[in-house]
Design a binder for this molecule. Structure first.
Ligand SMILES: [Zn+2]
Ligand SMILES: [Zn+2]
Length: 152
């Protein structure tokens, strides 16, 4: 039939045109995602790095650069597992024998990770410290030290 042959040709032409318009549309704004991507990596990395440093972690630059704001949240939700002096709760370097803040003798591992029930701040304390009253240096509330994790 003549009619069916014509309609077949038309649909073939439409398909070709459609293909070209789609191609030219994707070519024009192709530099924009690259600019956004670079900004994402730079901003994400810088913010992630500074957030992680506050918490004593080092991988913030990579996490922030890849995940952006999601990475920042992941960094912030990580627990603060830096070693702390049981007397003054000051952060002390790993393996230090004396507190540099109050000169208290620091315990050797095993440590227990305890969590403030009010603000959920986590601290590493000596195992012998468990069951004792403890003052949170973030919210100021007193709580009884209960291990959520043992570090040996
Ligand atoms: Zn101290
Ligand atoms: Zn607290």
């Amino acid at each position: 039939m003549e009619g069916s042959g014509l309609s077949g040709d038309y649909s073939a032409n439409y398909a070709v045109n459609d293909h070209f318009t789609k191609k030219s549309k994707t070519l024009l704004p192709s530099t924009m995602p690259i600019v956004i991507l670079i900004a994402w990596i730079v901003v994400g990395g810088i913010v992630g790095d500074s957030l992680a440093k506050l918490r004593g972690n080092r991988e913030g630059l990579v996490i922030g650069a890849i995940l952006g704001p999601l990475g920042w949240l992941a960094i912030l939700s990580r627990s603060d597992t830096r070693q702390r002096c049981p007397a003054c709760l000051g952060v002390v370097p790993d393996g230090a024998k004396k507190c540099m803040h109050c000169a208290e003798t620091l315990p050797l591992p095993p440590f227990a990770i305890v969590q403030c029930p009010s603000c959920h701040m986590e601290y590493s304390v000596p195992e012998s410290f468990l069951g004792q009253k403890f003052k949170c240096d973030r919210c100021g509330k007193m709580f009884r030290a209960k291990a959520v994790l043992l570090v040996t």
